[in-house]
Design a protein around this ligand. Structure first.
Ligand code: BES
Ligand code: MN
Ligand code: ZN
Length: 499
């Protein structure tokens, strides 16, 4: 995990502040240099103006240039920002990526960004700083658990921001802190999702939950074993683990940061630690990617970590429905009918539609917590990938306000979702002759019929479903993205009263 910390410190004279790398943003269309750059230029015998005059650096977007030290800085890093009036949030994100790329090339152990040169107002500056800390934290994540040689990462350990009078130091520090903590939650989610299926089993997830509870006083954990789930009537969830040697686990994590008795926000994660499809076996190509089928669960872990690190004054319950979907002598077969905890019977027409089978019982279980809202997160359908690709998470909700709040949280955190319909017209496709419902719908609208299936178990509370099948991982290079930890964390921050 990156060993990078952030702080804000107002310096009276930027050029005299000591740092191993002064980061100086520059716009391409400004007639004169900003005050910060002027100070360094004077201290460095006109090196910045010379680079501009020579044309080596024109401050267009994507351009970075290291220059020798000036004043108290051992080296300078100019970062091109393009046109000042076009410096929107997309440009800010580009800045963060360019900055990480440049910092990776230096041996500097610390750096100081002179924010004033960007001329941002308070709100935009805070957004920028939170995103910056989050981006540097996540860009520097390296998977290493099963590698003999770790891949190189930043040498940098300390990143300081000189707000330059644009933002109060406290606000800048808070933004940096929240961004970093969100980044750590994202990285935790990626790590769990990246682990191979032979390590990351339902039992492993249960121990990861216990580890979280040891780390944070406000988090407590209980794990329901198969015996207990059988007593509760969770025949649907148990039908998924029936073909596996790995016992299913229902992991329940409580974060108690709000007043006792305040209705909790419940997060439910799909935790299929490997999805072979079961008897409805998947084709071989890319089947390895089905180790990511617990990315929803991983995002619940990551979000709880971020929430606990931030000490948010709310109560959150994280439920992870963990199981391995395997073929085997005891496996559920197409046509088998199982009984869910809610009492509804389900005809399992396709054992590869297993996510909804574990989620429906977890969603029924969620009811006992008298939830303010329930949000489930699942790599649920290939159809969602067809519909939305990888940029948007599919959002379904039985409550318009909740949907709106989640969409907003996604926009604010740049971890975006797109709402899909849950119209009752789609429900008919789940009809079965032999059970109360089938576990698959017709050929079209697969992500919608999957959500419709879940909706039948969520009638008692405000509920949203996030289908992250496309957004939770990248195929080239392969790896988990940690989505939608940023969206969920932002949503819960808003619920905690932080607009
Ligand atoms: N885990 C898969 C969904 C998935 C597919 C996620 C591709 C990411 C990439 C899920 O369990 C599944 O197999 N869904 C089936 C449902 C179908 C049988 C109705 C699917 O999408 O094909
Ligand atoms: Mn499946
Ligand atoms: Zn699956």
């Amino acid at each position: 995990m990156p060993n990078l910390t952030f702080s804000a410190r107002e310096v009276a004279d930027p050029a005299s502040a000591s740092s191993q790398c002064a980061v100086i943003p520059l716009f391409s269309d400004k007639k004169s240099l900003p005050a910060e750059a002027r100070a360094f230029d004077r201290a460095g015998d006109g090196a910045i103006k010379a680079a501009l005059a020579l044309g080596d650096f024109s401050a267009r977007k994507g351009q970075t240039l290291f220059l020798p030290g000036a004043g108290g800085a051992r080296r300078m890093l100019l970062v091109g920002c393009g046109q000042a009036k076009k410096f929107d949030r997309a440009a800010m994100r580009g800045f963060c990526a360019d900055l990480y790329g440049a910092l990776k090339k230096t041996t500097a152990g610390n750096a100081m960004l002179h924010l004033g040169a960007l001329g941002l107002g308070k709100k935009e500056a805070c957004w920028f700083l939170a995103y910056l800390a989050r981006h540097l934290t996540t860009a520097d994540y390296r998977y290493r658990e099963t590698l003999s040689e770790p891949k190189p990462a930043l040498k940098l350990t300390r990143f300081t921001v000189n707000p330059g009078g644009k933002v109060p130091v406290r606000a800048a520090g808070k933004a940096l802190k929240e961004g970093r903590l969100t980044g750590l939650g994202i990285n935790d989610a990626r790590e769990l999702a990246n682990l191979p299926g032979n390590i990351c089993t339902p039992t492993y997830l249960a121990s990861a939950a216990r580890k979280l509870s040891r780390r944070f006083d406000a988090i407590s954990v209980s794990v329901l074993e198969e015996k207990k789930m059988r007593e509760l009537g969770m025949g649907s969830l148990l039908s998924v683990s029936a073909g596996s040697r790995q016992p299913a686990k229902l992991i329940v994590m409580h974060y108690r940061g709000g007043r006792p008795g305040a209705d909790p926000h419940v997060l439910v994660g799909k935790g299929i630690t490997f999805d072979t499809g079961g008897i409805s076996l998947k084709p071989g190509a890319k089947m390895d990617e089905m180790k990511f089928d617990m990315a929803g669960a991983a995002s619940v872990f990551g979000t709880l970590r971020a929430v606990a690190e931030m000490n948010l004054p709310i109560n959150v319950v994280g439920i992870v429905a963990a199981a391995e979907n395997m073929p085997g002598g005891g496996a559920t077969k197409p046509g088998d009918v199982v009984r869910s905890m809610a009492g509804k019977t389900i005809e399992v027409l396709n054992t590869d539609a297993e996510g909804r089978l574990v989620l429906c019982d977890a969603l029924t279980y969620a009811q006992r917590f008298k939830p303010a809202t329930v949000i489930d997160v699942a790599t649920l359908t290939g159809a969602c990938v067809v519909a939305l690709g990888s940029h948007a998470t599919g959002l379904f909700a039985n409550d318009d306000d909740l949907a709106e709040q989640l969409l907003q949280a996604g926009t604010d955190s740049h971890d975006r979702a797109w709402r899909m319909p849950l119209w009752s017209d789609y429900q008919k496709s789940l009809d079965s002759n032999f059970a109360d419902m089938a576990n698959i719908g017709g050929p079209g609208g697969g992500s919608i019929t999957a959500a419709c299936f879940l909706a039948r178990f969520c009638e008692e509370y405000r509920w949203a479903h996030l289908d992250i099948a496309g957004s939770a991982w990248n195929s080239a290079p392969k790896g988990a993205t940690g989505r939608p930890v940023a969206l969920l964390t932002r949503y819960l921050q808003s619920q905690a009263g932080d607009a």
